[in-house]
Write a protein that binds this ligand. Structure first.
Ligand code: HEC
Length: 150
């Protein structure tokens, strides 16, 4: 049986494909560590953006629904100063949300969640809690935070 003669065109094209495959594989192998470096940063950025939008939404709601009693930026009024260290360090996020949702029976502090007959969704209440928490960084020391202010 005569040897088949190698086809130089076929050989060249096979070689090109092989080199292409190796290059592609190398790119994929390099892409993984690059992705792993990049990905947590992207996730943190998304989380920060979400947090910032909650703070903004909560701030707008607070201005509409709460400043009448609690003062601008929660600085206090007829109702307690919610921007105080005393309130913010004493209450967990869950407690703040629940105070807003359920209200304080027997006081002017109404229930705000739809479940309790109020006007706000649970996401809106969460945004209010996140907004109040965002005030903690600059919260003034205010031992009289519960005392109504004129
Ligand atoms: C009509 C007045 C009024 C409005 C409007 C109002 N609050 Fe209040 N809120 C009060 C009063 C008064 C208290 C204190 C009640 C008490 O302790 O007896 C209070 C208490 C609170 C507390 C608990 C503070 C503590 O004593 O630990 C939180 C949190 C709070 N309000 C959040 C809000 C938020 C958020 C809004 C807007 C959605 C809001 N309030 C709207 C009057 C008001």
């Amino acid at each position: 049986m005569p040897q088949r003669r190698a086809d130089p065109h076929l050989e060249a094209s096979t070689n090109r494909w092989m080199v292409g495959g190796v290059v592609l594989m190398a790119l994929l192998v390099l892409a993984f560590p690059a992705y792993r470096l990049y990905e947590p940063g992207a996730r943190a950025a998304t989380r920060d953006a979400h947090q910032a939008s909650l703070v903004e939404q909560g701030g707008r709601l607070f201005e509409i629904q709460c400043t009448g009693c609690h003062g601008l930026q929660g600085r206090g009024g007829s109702a307690p100063a919610l921007n105080s260290q005393q309130f913010l360090t004493g209450a967990s996020d869950a407690q703040i949300s629940s105070l807003i949702a359920v209200g304080i029976p027997g006081s002017p502090m109404a229930a705000y969640s739809l479940d309790h007959g109020g006007p706000l969704t649970s996401e809106q209440i969460e945004s209010l809690a996140v907004f109040l928490r965002s005030l903690e960084a600059d919260a003034p020391d205010n031992p009289d935070w519960r005392t109504p202010q004129p």
